[in-house]
Design a binder for this molecule. Structure first.
Ligand SMILES: [Zn+2]
Ligand SMILES: [Zn+2]
Length: 353
């Protein structure tokens, strides 16, 4: 993405699709002001539901209902959320579609809380800077669906307000600050749960240019900075089930790592003779065995006649900021700048140009 395009995008509010997985057909909205296709609807709480071809709101049929003013509340079944900015409600595939139009700085506290809750201020601030950089550069991830970001881990977790004061403070303290490579170039920045001892470059893992280097996350004395109980994992499956998950015939070697990056992360595999990129491999295995089964591409593999066995470390794609490492650095007294330098050595923290 060019700097010029980013400038244009950064100035505009974010369009975040929220509650997509909750498949709502009706909801109670609360706000100071409502409009139905531009005409004001009276009241501060209205029921919206799926209509024949439009959204039914307070008895009227509307192509689009907009709720704004104050935080906008959305409630249905056991879901109860509050969002800054405005909520635009339309119909899509027989379900209500909620788009939250929100300024970046108002969006970030919820993201920082959802992604780094419980960390020391320095780690929250580092998360705020990386998440802001992500938000202003990653707005084309859902371009074809007509919005910028989803509210799931695919983009960044976002659940709206009420956010604890520490996350609000971390966003305020770093207001407007992003990562610029060499102090001038704005590129996407990523983060993940735990690197398993070494991070990876976006170009190797996603085939995409982004901020961040492949760096060791191991202390000179002792083990990985992002160690602990979540560090190591193992996975075992029957070869026939594994073949079914990947939609191949179970003949020959079950799993061969074809190449690894500097950090030991597998970039491409061959499963029973068929090649898969790491992304496709993880998505197919995750769909069959669950998203916590094969937790990263940093693994060693062994096979018996009938079983495949993986021993791995880390959780997530391994690109950019390691959240567990950042948390550990903050606990040792390293400030946000020091944490950022660790995972993004070529970048500087600067105001968004
Ligand atoms: Zn997304
Ligand atoms: Zn790490």
């Amino acid at each position: 993405m060019t700097l010029l395009l980013s400038l244009v995008l950064a100035a505009a509010p974010l369009e975040v699709r929220v509650l997509e997985k909750a498949v709502p057909t009706q909801a109670l909205l609360t706000a100071e002001k409502f409009t139905c296709d531009g005409k004001e609807l009276p009241g501060t709480a209205i029921q919206v539901e799926v209509g024949p071809r439009e959204v039914k709101a307070a008895g009227k049929l509307c192509v689009e209902v907009i709720a704004e003013g104050g935080d906008v509340g959305i409630a249905f079944s056991d879901v109860k959320r509050k969002y800054p900015g405005s909520i635009h409600v339309t119909l899509e595939g027989g379900l209500l579609r909620f788009i939250n139009i929100v300024d970046v700085e108002a969006y970030l506290p919820s993201v920082v809380n959802a992604e780094a809750n419980g960390s020391k201020p320095a780690a929250l601030e580092a998360q705020a800077i990386v998440s802001r950089t992500f938000a202003v550069t990653a707005q084309r991830r859902h371009e074809r669906a007509g919005f910028h970001l989803c509210d799931l881990a695919h983009c960044q977790l976002y659940r709206g307000g009420d956010v604890p004061a520490e996350s609000v403070a971390a966003v305020k303290k770093t207001a407007g600050q992003v990562l610029l490579i060499g102090g001038i170039v704005l590129k996407p920045a990523y983060f993940h749960s735990s690197c398993g001892g070494h991070t990876s470059r976006a170009v190797d893992v996603f085939g995409e240019d982004a901020a961040g280097s492949a760096v060791s996350d191991v202390e000179k004395v002792g083990g990985p900075r992002c160690g602990g109980e979540d560090f190591a994992w193992s996975f075992e499956a029957e070869k026939v089930d594994f073949a079914r998950a990947l939609n191949v015939q179970p003949n020959g070697r079950a799993l061969e790592p074809l190449n690894r990056d500097a950090g030991g992360r597998v970039l491409e595999v061959r499963v029973f003779g068929k090649r898969f990129s790491s992304g496709e491999f993880l998505s197919r295995v995750g769909r069959t065995f669950g998203w916590q089964a094969v937790r990263s591409m940093k693994f060693q593999v062994s096979e018996t006649d009938t079983l495949i066995h993986l021993e791995g470390t880390g959780l997530g794609h391994g690109v950019g900021l390691c959240q567990l490492g950042a948390r550990s650095l903050a606990e040792k007294g390293v400030d946000a700048k020091g944490i950022i330098q660790r995972y993004f050595p070529e970048s500087q923290i600067k105001p968004l140009p």
